[in-house]
Design a protein around this ligand. Structure first.
Ligand SMILES: Cc1cn([C@H]2C[C@H](O)[C@@H](COP(=O)(O)OP(=O)(O)O[C@H]3O[C@@H](C)C(=O)[C@@H](O)[C@H]3O)O2)c(=O)[nH]c1=O
Length: 193
């Protein structure tokens, strides 16, 4: 059992969590997730899918992604090798932080976890080679509800800490629509809160 530190962010309901890390001459040990301890902090989620991605080089940009409506996912993310700049955007109409974004350094060495609430878009860019990125989700992958918006949407104006011309981006993410176009076709990405 380790002590968890929970840190608020500028965005409503999004949290940074710092698990206790026990270091010794071999390296370290940490409980990367304990349902019981998270529940004690009011982080009461039923995580049912774990995902891992490897990004082989610095400059890989993934996002911005979310699942719509009933299939929306809470994500609990962390990094086990390397460093990312992670960004979240509150897409919940009615939220006091609707359409605001915030970025965080999440790395293997800072052990930080980011709790991304349902109704948020999520993305990251790798700042080192060989980034192993892990996240838990509380809803299964639902390709029919898969949603994405452009990482360079001028209405969001995300200040990515890299040269975007050099970024390595999937075909899908290179062609994501702007939030305002997405919302025209899908008036309720998540619903009003
Ligand atoms: C997300 C996901 C993808 N896939 C498949 C679909 C596709 O063929 C392949 C690669 O998917 P993508 O290109 O969407 O992978 P990626 O761009 O890494 O997508 C991820 O990006 C980050 C930012 C997130 O927030 C995640 O929720 C997820 O959307 O994996 C699954 O089978 N299950 C899943 O849960």
């Amino acid at each position: 059992m380790g002590k968890l530190k929970i840190i608020s962010t500028q965005l409503q309901d999004a949290k940074i969590i710092e698990p206790e890390v026990f270091g010794d001459q071999r390296g370290f040990f940490t409980e990367s997730y304990s349902k019981r301890d998270y529940q004690k902090l009011g982080l009461n989620f039923d995580f049912i899918q774990d995902n891992q991605s490897l990004s082989q080089t610095a400059g890989v940009l993934r996002g911005l992604h979310f699942q719509r409506g009933e299939s929306a996912q809470t994500k609990l993310i962390h990094v086990v090798t390397g460093v990312v700049w992670d960004v979240i955007v509150d897409l919940r109409q009615g939220s006091p932080t609707y359409k605001k974004w915030e970025g965080f350094i999440i790395s293997a060495s800072n052990h930080r976890q980011l709790l991304v609430p349902r109704g948020f878009a999520h993305g990251f860019v790798t700042l080192t080679n060989n980034v192993n990125f892990l996240y838990k989700c509380d809803h299964y992958y639902d390709p029919a509800a898969d949603g994405g918006i452009s990482y360079c949407d001028p209405d969001l104006n995300i200040n990515w800490p890299i040269d975007l011309q050099q970024a390595i981006i999937s075909e899908k993410d290179a062609h994501q629509v702007l939030l305002r176009e997405f919302e025209k076709d899908n008036p309720f990405i998540y619903g009003k809160i």
